[in-house]
Design a protein around this ligand. Structure first.
Ligand code: NAP
Length: 247
């Protein structure tokens, strides 16, 4: 699964799953652009790991929910690099609460980052892919986008929305040889899941057939596969990487 000569953008590449994706894409030979919004040091650390292994990487700050920031940051990058061939729309936030009492501003914030962000960054990147007639876009969905989850209505709606976005984009862009897929992680050890209580973690574990939480690297392996020519005949799919949790 070699990615030599490719340029990959990973949104939210500074921590967790995005960090692992950026490092794995770099290891596979891609030049990696690591996006972040609040952790410049962590994004630079990821770039340092990629460079130390002989790869090329740079970090870029923008809020995926902010079209002006995306245009300015990616406009400059695309002027220099011409084309980003691999896009991993990974940036995401969770904010849990029962829907009856869920604040509208929290709904907007969760949808804005997880769903609208993926749409906006895709729009900015897809033109270059269309010109080259080549590209792979991977949206980071979630198992709960397929199953739903009490207390996560906004997050689940956003993640389910990404699966619909994946299929529509895949159909629109297939004739230009641009593939669009999503990955639906189960329960993965990151800052996001560290926020769960011990009781919540035990309850989740009891539903995982493989009997353990997943690692960010295990998600990154799936992303590299979907980014590479090894998956050339796969588009519009949502790949569950969840230890069997969603069966
Ligand atoms: N962990 C899981 O079990 C799990 C399961 C299913 C799906 N997912 C999905 O996988 C993705 C990564 O999750 P994670 O667990 O790795 O989360 P995480 O550890 O909390 O990291 C979130 C990443 O997203 C970035 N980010 C957040 N808001 C952003 C914004 N507005 N603009 C740009 N970047 C932004 C953060 O950047 P800064 O560091 O700069 O703040 C950080 O790099 C998310 O989409 C999440 O929904 C996670």
């Amino acid at each position: 699964m070699k990615l030599d000569g490719e340029i990959a953008l990973v949104t939210g590449g500074s921590r967790g799953i995005g960090r692992a994706c950026a490092i794995a894409l770099g290891q596979a030979g891609a030049e990696v652009i690591v996006n972040y919004v609040s952790s410049p040091d962590k994004a630079e650390e990821v770039c340092g790991i990629i460079r130390k292994a002989g790869g090329k990487a740079s970090s870029v700050k923008f809020d995926v929910g902010n079209p002006a920031e995306i245009d300015s940051a990616l406009g400059a990058i695309l002027k220099e690099k011409k084309r980003i061939g691999i896009l991993v729309n990974n940036a995401g936030i969770a904010h849990d609460g029962l829907m009856m009492r869920y604040a509208l501003e929290d709904w907007d914030r969760v949808l804005n980052t997880n769903l609208r962000g993926a749409f906006l960054v895709s729009q900015a990147v897809v033109r270059g892919m269309m010109k080259e007639r080549k590209g792979s876009i991977i949206h980071m969905s979630s198992i709960v986008g397929v199953t739903g989850n009490p207390g996560q209505a906004a997050y689940c709606a956003a993640k389910a929305g990404l699966i619909g976005l994946t299929k529509s984009m895949a159909k629109e862009l297939a004739s230009r040889n641009i593939r669009v897929n999503s990955v639906a992680p189960g329960y993965i050890q990151t800052d996001m899941t560290d926020a769960l209580t011990a009781d919540q973690k035990t309850a989740v574990l009891s539903h995982i057939p493989l009997g353990r939480v997943g690692t960010p690297e295990e998600i990154a392996h799936a992303v590299v596969f979907l980014a590479s020519a090894a998956s050339n005949y796969i588009t519009g799919q949502c790949l569950m990487v969840d230890g069997g949790m969603g069966m």
